[in-house]
Design a binder for this molecule. Structure first.
Ligand SMILES: [Zn+2]
Length: 442
């Protein structure tokens, strides 16, 4: 099955945004020739030859294969892993045209259950709005289960929590004020929400923490001491807050979202079983050096040091049920990422991984010899569902889902250059680079 089958709006773009480290890797998901594969019998024969040989072409043929293939898989797989459908416990699906572009890509990434972030404009702060939003998403991806959340906001009271629980709201997401996309309504101090946290604990709602402290103001040149906060230590500085909320509400289930440091992994491990951590796919690949000169690798929290990345990969592939997949896939229009949308020349935080969610995790696990069914199934499919008590609470109709996902390594597929087009065209993470393939099996 091709990417095009999954993505009604897909527009394959050449992927010319990338820096020199991509330039030697052949045409990036070239579109025009990709659509004409079947029309050129010479090329079709060439492809059949490649497939029947079950081997990669030599260097001079490589460009040709990539150009013809676009996103198509060409080769016999080096490795095949079959899994139940995955769950992604941290997605941004936006609204309007962007929602229509990215929501249909959930299945392409091997996922049939998503936990949907509430940072729309205005933020989703009441159950009725959340449920109406889920209905819009459901129309765009009928086979996906969408779990609704609310945005932690001063308008939310213990009574709101009780009301939300009755209406099937699964959790509440806290954003520190001004820290990331659409967080202007975010939290300044956590103590004011303690009555809300108590109600969440009583009603079984999950608290999702964006675990970063706001930076010291950049113009504050005199304040150079160990209290200073930048995007590099913003997560580490937040961890005492996690520990204090957990100490005050030991029964409240808390997720430290998108862990990016060895310290965060350690903090999650230190807490009791009611505290878990999500890990994204892209943080298994990135370090500071990637995002320093590439807006398409820039997100919040930013990727940290190689040792942090290694700690994330070790935690994700450890089999520890405290860690599970939450991609934090966060689409922004290409122009906004390139600082060409608002006139400020600044980029926006967010890496888009949705169509390749499980494929990327498998590739990362493979680098440490952990791309086996058991380990992948734990991190991508099972641990999150268990933590959220998906079966116990009847949040998905698991008996209805007969399909499986099949991961294949080494099929020659490349990440498309762009998903969607026009103002909502989004450049996926690692556009133009080779990626594992994934198919759904009925
Ligand atoms: Zn997020």
């Amino acid at each position: 099955m091709t990417l095009k089958d999954h993505l009604p709006h897909v527009h394959l773009h050449g992927g010319d945004h990338h820096s020199s480290d991509n330039e030697d890797k052949g045409p990036a998901g070239s579109s025009e020739s990709g659509h004409s594969t079947g029309a050129k019998s010479g090329k079709a024969k060439f492809l059949r030859r490649m497939i029947s040989r079950g081997t990669k072409s030599d260097d001079e043929e490589e460009g040709d294969v990539a150009a013809v293939a676009g996103s198509r898989a060409l080769y016999e797989p080096e490795l095949v892993i079959e899994l139940p459908p995955a769950a992604d416990f941290h997605v941004h699906l936006r609204d309007g045209e962007m929602m229509e572009t990215v929501t249909p890509t959930i299945e392409k990434g091997g996922v049939n259950l998503v936990y949907v972030m509430p940072n729309l404009v205005p933020p989703v702060t009441d159950p009725e709005t959340a449920i109406a939003y889920m209905a819009k998403l459901q129309r765009l991806s009928p086979n996906t289960t969408f779990l609704p959340t609310l945005y932690l906001h001063p308008s939310i009271t213990p009574a709101t929590v009780a009301h939300a629980a009755r209406h099937g709201i699964v959790g509440i997401k806290s954003y520190p004020r001004g820290l990331t996309t659409n967080s202007d309504s975010g939290v300044l101090s956590y103590e004011q929400f303690y009555p809300v946290f108590q109600a969440m604990s009583d009603h079984g709602l999950v608290l999702n923490l964006h675990g970063e402290c706001p930076s010291t103001p950049a113009e504050d040149v005199a304040g150079i001491d160990d209290q200073d906060i930048t995007i590099l230590n913003a997560e580490a500085k937040f961890l005492p807050t996690l520990l204090s909320i957990h100490a005050a509400f030991p029964d409240l289930r808390i997720v430290l979202e998108h862990c990016t440091t060895a310290d965060a992994v350690e903090a999650v491990r230190t807490c009791g079983p009611t505290v878990a951590g999500t890990i994204t796919a892209h943080h298994l690949f990135l370090t500071i050096d990637h995002w320093a000169d590439d807006p398409f690798c820039y997100c919040k929290p930013v990727a940290k040091l190689p040792a942090d990345r290694a700690a994330l990969l070790a935690a994700a592939s450890s089999g520890d049920p405290k860690f599970f997949l939450g991609t934090d896939s966060a689409p922004h229009p290409r122009l906004a990422k390139q600082g060409r949308a608002s006139g400020t020349a600044k980029t926006v935080a967010g890496v888009f991984t949705q169509p390749y969610a499980v494929q990327l995790v498998a590739e990362a696990f493979d680098k440490v010899g952990k791309a086996d069914r058991e380990t992948l199934e734990g991190f991508c499919c099972r641990h999150g569902r268990e933590f959220y008590r998906v079966a116990e609470k009847g949040l998905e109709d698991a008996g209805k889902e007969k399909r499986r996902i099949v991961l294949m390594k080494g099929m020659g597929e490349k990440v498309v250059g762009e998903v969607g087009n026009g103002d909502s065209g989004v450049v996926p993470f690692r556009a133009g680079e080779e990626v594992w393939s994934l198919e759904w099996k009925e």
